[in-house]
Write a protein that binds this ligand. Sequence first.
Ligand SMILES: [Zn+2]
Length: 252
Amino acid sequence: MPPVTATFRFYEELNDFLAPPLRRREISCVCARAATTKHMIEALGVPHTEVELILVNGESVGFDRVLEEGDRVAVYPKFEALDITPMLRVRPAPLRVIRFVADAHLGGLAHLLRLAGFDTLYDNHYADEEIEALAAAEGRIVLSRDRELLKRRTITHGCYVRALKPQEQLREIVGRLDLIRSLRPFRLCLTCNVPLRSLERSEALGRVPDGVFERQTRFVTCDVCKRIFWEGSHWSRMRALVDSLARDRNAQ
Ligand SMILES: [Zn+2]
């Protein structure tokens, strides 16, 4: 089979991944023998996890479509406003439970996602292979600023995180995955990533500072680290962050 030439056009923010001369225009590419859409899209620099829809000659195809001579390939990111669900071919199904695994550089974001109630695995010693395995075994969305990690074949759901600061990263992920209605702040222990359990007030006696016990009525605990939490000033700051995400959404 001789090599074939296909034309590619990437839309919206997918252009950020391309070399500058290739952005926002048609790219003519000589494709290797039996190259698939996934192979060529990633060869051009775009991780497949960022792609929501591929049209070849106007028809929705999957990542395994082998390219043929003269194919015209249009590659789209997640659509914000347009419901394209019936057209989607690239992934069999969306994930029903939103769970994350964050790469080693996203500790701040992982912490904020737990705060917002999302089960998020994070360890700054995770190797890429471990992240890939966890994502596959537990149906987790991989969060990374490393596009090479997101190109790994078994990672089906991932997000390239553009923002640099944790609060902005949280805003980005909540917006992109439309999570505002799924926020469950103070559901998880920020250290252990497991659900918190409410505690009888009497059980907190002697285990929290006396002043705190007198002022507070609600206590929760983590069954892993055994720590007790209450609605202090830290809690208020967190609440403000979560409320600001909700306001962003309403302002749209
Ligand atoms: Zn804990």
